[in-house]
Design a protein around this ligand. Structure first.
Ligand code: ZN
Length: 57
């Protein structure tokens, strides 16, 4: 199981991913969330790294 909290990357946001089966799945969900909620259309390597290191599980 993998978990991610948007606030762990410094966003003032209550979004959480829980119970994802893999880190890859969390990355995909987070990417959609970033686009829809934070208007981030391009995930830079820097941001991907931040998200990756904030994923637990
Ligand atoms: Zn968020």
């Amino acid at each position: 199981m993998a978990e991610f909290k948007c606030k762990d990357i410094g966003m003032k946001c209550g979004f959480e991913v829980k119970g994802a089966s893999s880190k890859d799945e969390v990355m995909q969900i987070a990417q959609v969330h970033a686009r829809v909620t934070h208007n981030i259309t391009t995930i830079t390597p820097d941001l991907a790294q931040k998200v990756s290191s904030a994923i637990r599980g």
